[in-house]
Design a protein around this ligand. Structure first.
Ligand code: ZN
Length: 245
């Protein structure tokens, strides 16, 4: 079965809808999300409601926890903190409750684990370097750990105790899992890509063929930016959507 794997939607409804539409066209109904459905963007309620409506399985991210007041915004940079405040002032009680019920890690099936940052620190670790992957590989026995948080599409493969990293896999990059390898995989971000590519990023994972494919798709970020301007978001957060950084 094919599964859509998404991360870091960040209240960006246009990007989220574009990705969901793309998955729908392909007949993919099962979707996993790796945390941070809110923060940074202008539509927290709509994004949480879509998560629920589409029965998307999700772990919790640092922005989700900040928006519901479970972690302090003092740990965020000023731009992120301001976006958290705007999202928190708009998010309904019902949607806050949905976020408060999301777990730190999830095992949606036998050989798979999901976390936002990493297994060592699901809330805060930006898993970008081989030495970090090495420490995290000691913490799980499943074949694949999917993470988000860094917004950087990345594959780590552990093969015969060596770790290989493939950074910035391009659109349509294809991977077939090796029989004896273990993986840590980041699909990149739907709502705020940071690899100098403004297109929404996600993965399609086939849990029978044990393959995955990276996808990048365009969405109407002008519309997202317009809403952010009206709601008083920091310029830096508005502009970064056009350059994907
Ligand atoms: Zn994020």
């Amino acid at each position: 079965m094919k599964i859509g794997i998404l991360a870091d939607v960040h209240s960006n409804l246009e990007a989220f809808q574009a990705v969901l539409f793309n998955l729908e066209k392909r007949g993919i109904k099962k979707i996993w999300h790796l945390g941070d459905i809110v923060g940074y963007g202008p539509n927290p309620n709509e994004c949480v409601e879509l998560l629920k409506k589409k029965k998307i399985i999700s772990v919790v991210g640092n922005h989700d926890l900040a928006v519901i007041g479970k972690i302090s915004i003092f740990d965020f940079n000023p731009y992120a903190a301001q976006a958290v405040k705007i999202n928190a002032s708009e998010l309904s009680q019902e949607n806050k409750k949905i976020l408060s019920n999301l777990p730190l890690t999830l095992k949606p099936e036998k050989e798979i684990i999901l976390a936002h940052g990493s297994l060592r620190d699901p809330i805060w670790e930006y898993l970008l370097e081989i030495y970090q992957a090495e420490e995290n590989f000691t913490l799980f026995k499943e074949k694949v750990l999917f993470v988000g948080h860094s917004h950087i599409p990345t594959i780590f493969e552990k093969r015969e105790n060596k770790i290989y990293q493939f950074r910035f896999p391009p659109d349509k990059a294809f991977l077939k899992f090796e029989k004896d390898s273990f993986y840590i995989i980041n699909p990149g971000s739907v709502g705020q890509p940071r690899d100098r590519n403004p297109k929404a990023s996600f993965i399609i994972f086939d849990n029978e063929a044990l393959t995955l494919e990276y996808h990048r798709i365009e969405y109407d970020y002008y519309r997202t930016q317009e809403k952010m301007r009206k709601k008083g978001f920091p310029n830096f957060l508005i502009e970064r959507l056009s350059i994907g950084y």
